[in-house]
Design a protein around this ligand. Structure first.
Ligand code: ZN
Length: 549
C-alpha cells in the first residue's frame, strides 16, 4: 500500500498549510482575558491519534497501547495528577472474542430452505467465552421488536418459551414512524431500540440466538456499519460467573428478513410487529451454522488524570472522551485503517485541550476536575461501563459528567446541539455559554438515532450522575443549515466507522471544535466554582437513581 501512504502523506502536507491558515483566522479580536483553549494542542492531539501509525486505536493492539501511553504522557506533560491512586491508568479486564462463522448460515424447514452469506447477508458473534459454537436446528421465531417494556405495557416475548430457539427482531422500537410522541417517545429512540438492549433482553429470556433485522432508516446507519462493527474481534467485559449469554448474536439484511418472513407466511412483518396485540410468531424453519472463536483475555485502560480542587476537593466533575476506535478492517479503496479522526480523536483532543485550560487557570477550581480518556467505547461503551461498575470517585460526590464524542469537524456553527435534550440542568448552563458565543441551543436533530444511549455519558447517567453530551449543530455560520445537514448525511453515509474518517478530509475545519471545546470548558468551570448540584429534570429516567427514590 505504498501508493496509498504517499497519497496520505501528501494530504497531510496540504492539511498543515490549512491549519496554519485556520490558526491565523481564528477570531483574534475575541482573544481577551478569558481563559482560552490551546488550539494547536487540540489539533495536534487529533492529528496524532488519528495518524496511520496508531492503526485505528483498537484496544489490545499495538496501536491501542500506543494511544494509551501517548495520553498518559500528555496528561503528565500538562501537569495533571494521576487519577487512580498513584497511577494514570484504570485497568479494564476484557475478553476479546474473534468469531469466525461459517461462510453460509443455513436456514431450513417446512417453509423453505435458505442460505445466508457471511458479511454480505449476515453477521454473527458471541459473548460466550468458548472456542466453538455449534448451532443445530435452532427453531426460528419472529419476536417483533424483541422488547419487554412494562411501562408501555409491551411484551414481545409474551407466552414464548425461547430456550434453544433463535429470535429474529427488528431494530428500533414500535414508536418509530407512528407520529405519537408518548408511545415509546415517538421517533426519539428509547433504550429499547438499541441493539445492545436487543442482545441483553434475548439473553435475559434465555434465547439460543438473536438476529436483528438491519434497516437503514430506523437503525440510522447503513449495512456497512454493521458489517464493519460486528465482524472480527469483539471486546466484552468479563461477565461475572453464571451470567447467561446467547450462543450467538448478530444481524441479517433487510432483504433476507423479507424473504424469510414471506416464506413463513408473515404478510408484513414490520406492520405485524407494531400491533399492540403482537405475539411471537414461530417461522416453521430452523437455523444451523458453526462458529469457531479465538479467545483472548486481556485488559485495556481508561487513562485518568485529575486536578485536585481547593475547598471542595471531594466533589468532582468528570470530563470524558473515548480514545479507542475500530482498528484495522476490510480495505475500502485500498485503505484498511479506521483512523477515527472525528470518532473520537476529536473528543480526545478536546479533552486534552480542556485539561490544559484548567491547569493554566491562575486559581485552581474549587472542585476537583477529572479527565478520563475511556477505552472500548466502540465495542459497547465498555470502558465507561467498567468505570460505572468500579467508580474511582464516589458517584454521589460526582457533580457532573461532560462527555465529548465525535465533535463537529465542519467549522463554526450558530447552533449547539444537546443530545437527549430535556434531561438535566446542565443544559441550562450550556445554554448560558452558548448565548455568550452568540449561539442558540437545539435539541438533537436526529433523536431517532438514539445518540443519548450511544456514547459514554450514558453509563454515567445509569449510575445517576447528571451527564451532558453536546456539540456544534448543523447551522453553519457561513454556509447555513442545509449545507450542514447535507454534510452530516454525507459523513454518515461515507465516512462514519469507515477508513475514510480521517483528519485529512477536505471538509475538516477545526474552528467549530475549538468553539465547542471553549464552551464545554466554561460549563465545567462554572460548576467547578459555584457549588451547585445540577439536577436531572422532571421526567428523566435517571432522576430517581440520583435522588435515591
Ligand atoms: Zn464510533
Amino acid at each position: 500500500m505504498q501508493l496509498n501512504k504517499l497519497y496520505t502523506a501528501l494530504f497531510h502536507c496540504f492539511l498543515l498549510i490549512g491549519l496554519v491558515q485556520f490558526g491565523c483566522q481564528d477570531k483574534p479580536e475575541e482573544k481577551d482575558a478569558d481563559p482560552q483553549i490551546d488550539s494547536a494542542l487540540v489539533a495536534n492531539t487529533i492529528k496524532t491519534l488519528s495518524d496511520d501509525s496508531f492503526e485505528g486505536r483498537m484496544p489490545f493492539t499495538p496501536g491501542g497501547k500506543k494511544a494509551i501511553s501517548y495520553l498518559e504522557t500528555t496528561f503528565k506533560e500538562i501537569g495533571l495528577s494521576p487519577g487512580n491512586g498513584d497511577s494514570y491508568l484504570q485497568e479494564v479486564p476484557m475478553v476479546e472474542i474473534t468469531s469466525m462463522p461459517d461462510e453460509k448460515m443455513k436456514i431450513s424447514g417446512k417453509n423453505g430452505n435458505f442460505e445466508l452469506t457471511y458479511l454480505d447477508e449476515y453477521v454473527a458473534g458471541t459473548e460466550r467465552p468458548v472456542e466453538e459454537i455449534n448451532i443445530e436446528n435452532s427453531e426460528l421465531v419472529f419476536a417483533g421488536f424483541g422488547i419487554v417494556a412494562p411501562e408501555y405495557n409491551w411484551n414481545d416475548y409474551e407466552g414464548l418459551d425461547v430456550k434453544g430457539k433463535t429470535v429474529i427482531v427488528l431494530v428500533n422500537d414500535p414508536g418509530f414512524g407512528m407520529g405519537d410522541t408518548t408511545f415509546f417517545k415517538g421517533n426519539t429512540m428509547t433504550y429499547y431500540g438499541r441493539w445492545t438492549y436487543k442482545y441483553e433482553e434475548a439473553a435475559r429470556q434465555g434465547a439460543e440466538g438473536v438476529l436483528i433485522v438491519h434497516d437503514t432508516r430506523p437503525a440510522s446507519y447503513p449495512w456497512a456499519v454493521v458489517r464493519n462493527g460486528f465482524s472480527g474481534a469483539q471486546l466484552h467485559l468479563i461477565a461475572p460467573e453464571g451470567t447467561y449469554k446467547c450462543g450467538f448474536q448478530g444481524w441479517i439484511g433487510l432483504e433476507q428478513a423479507m424473504e424469510l418472513t414471506k416464506a413463513a407466511g408473515i404478510e408484513s412483518f414490520m406492520a405485524e410487529a407494531k400491533k399492540e396485540d403482537f405475539k411471537p410468531i414461530p417461522m416453521g424453519m430452523s437455523v444451523s451454522f458453526k462458529m469457531k472463536n479465538k479467545l483472548q483475555k486481556n485488559s485495556s485502560n481508561n487513562v485518568v488524570g485529575m486536578l485536585p480542587g481547593t475547598d471542595k476537593k471531594d466533589e468532582y466533575i468528570i470530563y470524558s472522551a473515548h480514545w479507542d476506535h475500530l482498528g484495522i478492517g476490510a480495505p475500502v479503496d485500498g485503505d484498511s485503517i479506521m483512523n477515527g479522526a472525528v470518532d473520537n480523536a476529536s473528543g480526545t483532543g478536546a479533552l486534552v485541550g480542556i485539561a490544559k485550560a484548567f491547569k493554566d487557570l491562575p486559581n485552581p477550581a474549587s472542585r476537583s476536575i477529572v479527565f478520563i480518556a475511556l477505552t472500548a467505547e466502540e465495542q459497547g461503551l465498555l470502558g465507561s461501563a467498567y468505570y460505572a461498575e468500579n467508580p474511582i470517585f464516589p458517584p454521589k460526590q460526582t457533580v457532573a459528567n461532560i462527555n465529548m464524542d465525535a465533535m463537529n469537524h465542519l467549522g463554526r456553527m450558530k447552533d449547539f446541539t444537546i443530545i437527549g435534550y430535556g434531561q438535566s440542568e446542565l443544559e441550562d448552563v450550556a445554554e448560558e455559554f452558548a448565548k455568550k458565543q452568540g449561539r442558540y441551543i437545539v435539541p438533537d436533530e436526529h433523536p431517532g438515532a438514539g445518540y443519548f444511549f450511544r456514547s459514554d455519558h450514558f453509563n454515567f447517567a445509569k449510575i445517576g450522575i447528571p451527564a451532558l453530551y453536546g456539540k456544534g449543530g448543523l447551522d453553519h455560520i457561513e454556509k447555513g443549515k442545509e449545507w450542514g445537514e447535507a454534510q452530516y448525511q454525507e459523513h454518515r453515509a461515507k465516512n462514519y466507522h469507515r477508513p475514510s474518517d480521517e483528519f485529512t478530509m477536505d471538509v475538516w475545519d477545526n474552528s467549530g471544535i475549538m468553539e465547542d471545546t471553549q464552551l464545554l470548558f466554561e460549563v465545567g468551570l462554572k460548576i467547578a466554582n459555584d457549588g451547585s448540584y445540577p439536577k436531572w429534570k422532571e421526567g428523566s429516567e435517571f432522576k430517581a437513581i440520583r435522588e435515591g427514590e
